[in-house]
Design a binder for this molecule. Structure first.
Ligand code: GDP
Length: 365
């Protein structure tokens, strides 16, 4: 599955957020740096109102959301790229995730120690990003010359990698993240992706604010939004403390609690959806009386690959995908209506799946 790694300095609210995300108290939040040592992985459902609509129409007995993985990554300190604190473990765990959810402390509270004794989310973001850049710089300073040497000896893949990663190295030497590296085509993009550079991964900033700022943010979160806009990154405002409270609440009480705080939906729903968007994923649905279910594929996936997200047998024996767009399915009152109106399409193995497609796969066993 696809995974977002939750990172940030100690005591910014990562564990609180993660616990709320997984609705478990497994990783206990504590007012103590380094309290989260082992990375914890939680798979959370991606909220999607379309799924409820489909289930209503098809009278599905069950709703199953698609899942996104979140990894709570141990606290980082200045010097991590040189092995300080839990540095090496931290960086290794980040290497394995597809995107980064960077939690920034945007709340004041004298009882909760800040590692640098001040609230400054921009400086915090830079501390973390600097460690990631130093780690990438270190690894590329070694890899690029090796690749160039192999390239000179006739290894074409190494030659291309030396060029693309050489560009990334230039950015890092200028103190810029590798995500700014220009790629000319899909092959170069793949080379960059396979290099697993920490600063090439997409980033979502989560501004953790106090309860009273949850609806409108504050001065700190505004600075983070300005930074995100300048970088082409995403940002959301969340109060981890509120999310922790909501997570333990019976679901029928949540809507009222949220509206009292001036919120339309939980911050977590926004984090999950933003994380999903960050990964360039799309959702398709399978709908029947037993269940209405959402599935995830990468944007650009073709029908057999989507079938494979459900079961490898579906991909191997793929014949066709009976496909209806979500809007048509809803407007025509379901599968029978869509079929009658000619809106249920027979799609073959070259079909590129669209977000919201309702699909029935036909396959040989
Ligand atoms: P981590 O080290 O980043 O995982 O941080 P934790 O999630 O353990 O949080 C550190 C401390 O800050 C805990 O005592 C939390 O209860 C507290 N905390 C987290 N989020 C908020 C918030 O939005 N407001 C306030 N006032 N405290 C928070």
């Amino acid at each position: 599955g696809f995974r977002c790694g939750i990172v940030g300095l100690p005591n910014v609210g990562k564990s609180t957020l993660f616990n709320a995300l997984t609705e478990t108290a497994a990783a206990q939040a504590a007012n103590y740096p380094f309290c989260t040592i082992e990375p914890n992985v939680g798979n959370v459902g991606v909220p999607d109102p379309r799924l409820n609509k489909l289930a209503d129409i098809a009278k599905s007995a069950k709703i199953i959301e698609t899942q996104l993985g979140f990894v709570d990554i141990a606290g980082l300190v200045r010097g991590a790229s040189k092995g300080e604190g839990l540095g090496n473990q931290f960086l290794g765990n980040i290497r394995e995730v597809d995107a980064i959810v960077h939690v920034l402390r945007c709340f004041e509270n004298d009882d909760i120690q800040h590692v640098d004794n001040r609230v400054d989310p921009i400086a915090d973001a830079e501390t973390v990003e600097t460690e990631l850049m130093l780690s990438d710089l270190d690894s590329l300073e070694k890899r690029v010359p090796n690749l160039a040497k192999k390239g000179q000896q006739g290894d074409k893949d190494a030659k291309l990698a030396a060029v693309v990663l050489g560009r990334a190295l230039d950015h890092l030497r200028d103190g810029q993240p590798a995500r700014l590296t220009q790629v000319a085509d899909a092959e170069e993009a793949r080379v960059l992706e396979q290099a697993q550079l920490l600063t090439a991964k997409p980033v979502l900033y989560v501004c953790n604010v106090n309860e009273e700022d949850a609806a409108n943010g504050n001065e700190y979160s505004q600075r983070v939004f300005d930074k995100a806009a300048a970088e082409g990154a995403q940002a959301v405002v969340v109060s981890a403390a509120i999310e922790a409270e909501i997570a333990t609440m019976p679901s029928e009480d949540r809507a009222e609690f949220l509206s009292e705080l001036g919120l339309e939906e939980s911050g977590l729903a926004r984090v999950i959806r933003a994380g999903y968007k960050l990964l360039n994923l799309l959702t398709f649905f399978t709908v029947g009386p037993k269940e209405a279910r959402a599935w995830t594929v990468e944007a650009g996936a073709k029908a057999p690959q989507a079938a494979g997200a459900i079961h490898s047998d579906f991909e191997r024996g793929f014949i066709r995908a009976e496909t209806t767009a979500f809007d048509d399915y809803v407007a025509l009152g379901g599968e029978a209506g869509a079929r009658e109106a000619g809106k249920l399409r027979q799609e073959g193995k070259e079909y590129v799946v669209h977000d919201g497609d309702v699909v029935l796969f036909r396959f040989n066993v």
